[in-house]
Design a protein around this ligand. Sequence first.
Ligand code: FEO
Length: 411
Amino acid sequence: MQNLAVKVADNLYWVGAIDFDLRTFDIIVPTPFGTTYNSFLLTTNDGNVLFETVKEPFHQEHLERIENVIGKKGQINYIILNHTEPDHSGSLNYILEKHPNATVIATAAALNNLKFISHLSTTVKTACSIKLKSLQVGKYHLKFLIQPFLHWPDTMMTVIEELKVLLPCDFFAVHYAEPKLFDDQVEGKEQVLEKLYKHYFDAVMSPFKASVLKGVQLVETQMGFPVEELQAICCSHGLIIRKDIKKIIEKYKEWSEPQILKNKIVVVYASAYGYTKIMTNRIVEGIRSVGVEVSVYNIIDTTVKEILNDFKDAKGLLLGSPTIVGDATPPFYELLGHMNPFIYSNRLIQCFGSFGWSGEGVKNLIPRIQQLKVKEVNKPLSIRFRPTKEQETECFNWGKDFGTKVIDYHH
Ligand code: FEO
């Protein structure tokens, strides 16, 4: 089957690749509908410009689609990389082999990444970092909107001013393999797609909500023309957006609203013989005594998703793990493994638990909690086997103290 380019606008072509079979992206993101690695080629009478490349295993069909537009002898003069994650930069070497005089244009952070991704000294020699705010190629003006953390430190967006087209790489993207390519050519999939866009945002952009809002502001104020005149958003994954431009921008604003954290604590525990459960009950009573809302989960009866969903609007998290065979129990590592400092460093988190021998459960959870860069309050609480009445009072007071600190905490 011939790999054909698809016309997007005057002199602008999609030359990317479709990955129908991908079921997990970046190790942790489910992609039930596959994805695309979108790359675009702008032809002008003064040189050709390639935007993004594709994931390395797809380089051959990428090259074929490029040749489909400019022929075997045509040259690419500029390669614009809005972001260097290897799903967009992985084929750069193959492009540069064929087009050795191309200039790579990217942010300084992106060019630095390329030294370690592409290992090409020629790339570094010919690349321009973006001190320039715009570039004229033929009759087209390309405007660069630099906004780090959409979703890497290296990210920017490019506007083709004359076409009123935005190329924002991963920003506004979706993992969806669809040969029709354009959102206005896909019918009856609106509900599925809305979920997929939100899923993508949650997985890729949500740790960087402040940057997302700045990115949206750039799009709304710095393109050189109003958003209403934008003809297409050519993202790096999924559909080229022509129909729902305003909708996706509004959704990104809505999804990036800062989360208001409540005076609420999520308590998650496990208990082999009921001793950590006794601790949990007394701690919860202590928290409630100062009027703080509490949710309580036995970690073996719930899911990480349910816990983290409840924790979204809570200031505090308490983890109560017993020690079994010299360690905390695995579900707590799983839960903490799904948390990262970009999202949770503004919370209060502490651990407690009963132990029988030497109490490594609590001790071993502490380093991971510290890695989340949370503010440390209370000391962890460990009790050997069954709490005495005095120790139950200690648990009550420990919970009360943590609850008070949650009330006093303003992030
Ligand atoms: Fe699609 Fe961040 O790469």
